[in-house]
Write a protein that binds this ligand. Structure first.
Ligand SMILES: [Zn+2]
Length: 400
């Protein structure tokens, strides 16, 4: 129980913008002044918080402000994407201390990929200068679906040859860190809660625009993972009844009509992109997709029409989820987001508003992530902070 109260207090301090006094803490978390005092002593001794000046000019003693100590704890994050692998070192307040990006090595040999990632992690930690004893662990974000019990990636469609690889154990053995695994879309939502500022609070979905499209879910400040850690798989929401056939047997699912690979194929069919057929590799799709977005930004009408149509279709899927969960905000991000952001931020708000069941009660904000392009890796590291420090009813993460 003492530890739960400790996490409650850390959580209240980290959510406050400028830190908090012990008196304010007692009011907000509803614990006795004596308990607050004891726990803040422990946190100070562990260097997780610092005393950061005093405030108050009225009668009575000025109050000492408590803040998280950025250098009190660190976490490593790795985002294993089909195209790019990103590694970050994150401090306690969610700031990136060091980061690197490498092309994900040929995906069909997991052992070689894991050895390469482990070497990259060691290099990034060395470059950061961070004391290794202060690193709480390593988070790994991967495309889903994942198997929480075994720490495996289950036949991910975009990582051929990775059927049931025990990623968690393999990476832990190769690096010596304890490893948490989560889906990349859920990790992105966790990143938003730790490092995204105001857009990371309350009830929102994180729309992850990657090689696939999925969403991370946060309700009332708590990340929702579902029974098996695989919540947020929205790929088979039907958004275009006359759209292209999907591998599930329906037509016009999100994953058959709005993912980058499909938009690139449409652009090739329209004669505005050439090159190899889409689908050859993650890096090629990323390159061609960037070209498509640039053409649209330069005023190419066919390119703009493809992007705009995708915005309308994505809005249909988002509104299904928004109405189901009664969220207040949609946060967009992920590796393919920056090229889409301008049109999506213009087109989606009125579309979502028009189909919102609660539009007379509250608006639904649409924003781009404040976390930036490394959101998957930052989220992976945030998993470690969340697991170590966040007060949660459920602890469904994988731990080694
Ligand atoms: Zn489908």
């Amino acid at each position: 129980m003492g530890d739960f109260n400790l996490t409650v207090i850390v959580d209240a301090i980290r959510r406050s913008s400028g830190g908090m006094s012990r008196v304010e803490l007692a009011q907000i978390v509803g614990l006795s002044p004596q308990t607050i005092s004891n726990i803040s002593r422990r946190l100070l001794d562990q260097h997780l918080i610092i005393e950061a000046g005093k405030e108050g000019s009225g009668p009575g003693k000025p109050r000492t402000i408590l803040r998280l100590n950025p250098a009190g704890m660190y976490a490593l994050g790795v985002h294993l994407d089909p195209a790019v692998t990103t590694v970050v070192v994150l401090d306690l307040v969610g700031a990136v201390v060091q980061h690197s990006r490498i092309a994900t090595p040929g995906g069909s040999d997991p052992a070689a990929v894991i050895a390469t990632i482990a070497a990259e992690i060691a290099a990034v930690v060395a470059a950061s200068g961070v004391d290794q004893s202060l690193i709480a662990g390593l988070g790994l974000a991967t495309p889903g679906p994942i198997d929480l019990d075994n720490g495996t990636v289950v036949d991910p469609p975009l990582l051929p040859g990775w059927d049931r690889v025990e990623l968690r154990n393999a990476l832990s053995a190769a690096t010596g860190y304890s490893v948490l695994v989560d889906k990349d879309v859920t990790s992105a939502a966790v990143a938003e809660t730790w490092a995204g500022g105001p857009s990371g609070s309350g009830s929102f979905i994180f729309m992850y625009m990657g090689t696939g499209i999925g969403c991370g879910i946060v309700l009332n400040d708590e990340v929702v993972r579902g029974t098996s850690g695989n919540a947020g798989e929205i790929g088979h929401i039907m958004v275009d009844p006359d759209g292209p056939p999907c591998d599930c047997g329906q037509r016009g699912c999100v994953k058959s009509s709005c993912i980058p690979q499909v938009l690139v194929a449409e652009a090739q069919a329209a004669g505005i992109l050439d090159g190899p057929p889409a689908g050859s590799s993650g890096a090629e799709i990323q390159q061609q997709f960037s070209r498509l977005c640039s053409l649209a930004a330069e005023g190419n009408e066919k390119a703009s029409a493809i992007i705009d149509k995708s915005a309308v279709l994505v809005a249909r899927a988002v509104s299904v989820v928004a109405n189901t969960l009664d969220i207040e905000r949609v946060v967009f991000g992920g590796p393919f987001w920056s090229g889409l952001s301008e049109r999506y931020l213009e087109l989606l708000p009125p579309l979502l508003d028009a189909s919102s069941a609660a539009r007379l009660i509250h608006p639904i904000d649409v924003v781009g992530t404040g976390v930036g392009e490394d959101v998957g890796a930052i989220g992976a590291a945030s998993l470690v902070l969340e697991h170590t420090l966040a007060p949660r009813a459920q602890r469904l993460l994988l731990e080694n």
